[in-house]
Design a protein around this ligand. Structure first.
Ligand SMILES: Cc1cc2nc3c(=O)[nH]c(=O)nc-3n(C[C@H](O)[C@H](O)[C@H](O)COP(=O)(O)OP(=O)(O)OC[C@H]3O[C@@H](n4cnc5c(N)ncnc54)[C@H](O)[C@@H]3O)c2cc1C
Length: 499
């Protein structure tokens, strides 16, 4: 049969931050070309209010928009709301659920990642990925007296802090909380905040707006059934009242160094004649639940303890969403299951690029950069992938973008501003490094990771105002040994040193 006529030179798959940024950049670079954006979700994610805070630190809002807004903004972008079910890379053609096929000259895959669930198909195990799953979670929470959160990454951290009026058992496999982001010292700094009472006047820092109401009804239902919405981003819990059934603030019990061994439904559990343990008495004294309570689901931990709860939240990381693209294509995959991409964001297959959560960065990275599946990197990769696709089309060469020189992430945990720079957890530095620390309880936590007198990374919690200086010190790899402890002395304005 005759090959399909190219419907667009450039096709981008995925309406998350990576895909939308890539399509926008291509549309701007090639104003007379049609850019096709194919996405399974009825809304797209747009970056708004982008602000370059310093050389590499950036801040922006993320807005869910109907795809028509993107098409209106950039008339040479055409959005197709349909999931990709197959890629025939040799024929340069992709097939969508709606029965259509689309040929491409260059393709960028930005289909994101899916939450890893500790148990598939169990109605009492929830994963949170998109607006729909977050709302489902909120609905279930209003009736819940006790839930269990599994996982120790950013999502778990935020949930634990935001949930009120419900007992929370937080099971983590590490010794300290938040090990994806922190060392034990920072964890301890934050834990004290978790246990102290939340202040009434919570600082509402709004960076994300979700305008779900504006989306098309039929499309929504479809996306729900396929469960392939885009991932939520910063402040995803903003606007969702995460309140359980009871009237109190925090009631958290942390179970460290354990994993889930087995789940039992109520009936199943009764038959085992095993005993569940009561919720350890909360700091505010009153216990909401009793030992006699029966629960819909029981969780046996590897520590041997069994807790009953209304449901579990599985927040144990994500798996790149590569599945729809694999059949018949010989992609090189990274250890984490993502599509391997080189320093030009190319996968192992000709004319197929990838960006965002779906890919695994396999270039030789800068000594102070690492991939993390985050909002900012999705944007940077989407932007850079478009640049690379354009350069390849025009026969030009392109250097790695500056944003990959230094890992930089700014976020909020437990209402503290948190800035992570470079090898903030001494990742891959071996034993040959030292830490410099400054901590004021309840106020700030500053840690610098030093190697051979050079700063390799930093964790800044609170309003430290050090991010720009530290960013420069990590980037320029200046020998800081002459400054010794002055570097973190709060009475010395180190900015003056280096200006
Ligand atoms: C609950 C939660 C909280 C988070 N909090 C933060 C945070 O505070 N800060 C931060 O930096 N990061 C956070 N992240 C991570 C961040 O959301 C992701 O790194 C980022 O959204 C990845 O963007 P992406 O464009 O690669 O993928 P996604 O945003 O997941 O977008 C993927 C797109 O592909 C589409 N798609 C999927 N399959 C198909 C298919 N077969 N065919 C067509 N289209 C398809 C989807 O519909 C979607 O539009 C959080 C993630 C979650 C789940």
């Amino acid at each position: 049969s005759e090959p399909p006529r190219p419907s667009a030179s450039f096709v981008v798959v995925g309406g998350g931050i990576a895909g939308v940024t890539c399509a926008e950049q291509l549309a701007i670079t090639f104003p007379s070309e049609d850019i096709l954006l194919i996405t399974a979700s009825p809304v797209i994610k747009a970056v708004t209010n982008f602000k370059q805070v310093s050389k590499v630190l950036e801040e922006f809002d993320v807005e869910e928009q109907p795809s028509s807004m993107l098409e209106n903004r950039l008339p040479n972008i055409r959005v197709i709301e349909s999931g990709v079910k197959q890629l025939k890379s040799e024929e340069h053609c992709i097939f969508t659920e709606d029965g259509r096929q689309h040929a491409y000259k260059k393709l960028c895959l930005c289909a994101g990642a899916k939450p890893k669930l500790i148990s598939e198909g169990n109605p009492y195990v929830l994963g949170i990925r998109d607006t729909d799953s977050a709302q489902e979670f909120q609905k279930r929470l209003t009736k819940a007296k006790r839930i269990m959160i599994i996982g120790n990454g950013g999502i778990a951290l935020e949930l634990v802090y935001e949930i009120e009026g419900c007992e929370v058992i937080w099971a983590i496999k590490d010794k300290a909380i938040g090990n994806t982001f922190f060392d034990a010292g920072a964890a301890e700094f934050l834990t004290s905040k978790l246990i102290s009472k939340k202040s009434e006047a919570r600082i509402a820092q709004k960076r994300t707006r979700y305008t779900v109401g504006g989306s098309k009804k039929e499309a929504r239902t479809k996306a729900e059934s396929e469960s392939v919405g885009s991932a939520l981003g910063p402040d995803w819990h903003e606007g969702l009242a995460l309140k359980g059934a009871e009237e109190f603030s925090h009631s958290i019990h942390i179970e460290t160094a354990c994993e889930v061994k087995k789940l039992y439904l109520q009936e199943e559990f009764k038959k085992t004649e095993k005993q569940s343990v009561a919720f350890p008495k909360a700091h505010h004294g009153k216990s909401v639940t009793t030992d006699e309570e029966t629960w819909p689901v029981y969780v046996e931990l590897t520590s041997g303890k069994i807790y009953g709860c209304d449901f579990l939240v599985s927040a144990t990381g994500v798996t790149p969403n590569v599945e729809p693209f694999l059949q018949g294509n010989n992609f090189d995959l990274g250890e984490d299951g993502g599509l391997r991409v080189d320093d030009q964001m190319r996968t192992s297959l000709p004319d197929v690029y990838a960006a965002g959560d779906i890919c695994t960065a396999c270039w030789e990275p800068s000594p102070v950069w690492q991939q993390m599946r985050l909002w900012t990197q999705a944007r940077q990769m989407g932007w850079y992938a478009a640049k690379c696709m354009a350069a390849a089309t025009l026969g030009e060469s392109i250097d790695m973008d500056f944003s990959f020189e230094l890992f930089a992430h700014v976020t909020k945990f437990f209402n503290y501003k948190v800035v992570l720079l470079g090898k903030y957890n001494a990742q891959g530095l071996g034993a040959n490094h030292e830490l410099m620390l400054r901590c004021t309880r309840g106020q700030e936590y500053v840690k610098a990771i030093m190697q051979n007198g050079r700063m390799m990374g930093a964790v800044l919690i609170g309003e430290t105002d050090l991010e720009e200086t530290f960013e420069n010190l990590i980037l320029n790899q200046m020998d800081l040994s002459p400054y010794g402890k002055d570097l973190l002395d709060p009475n010395i304005d180190i900015e003056d040193y280096f200006d």
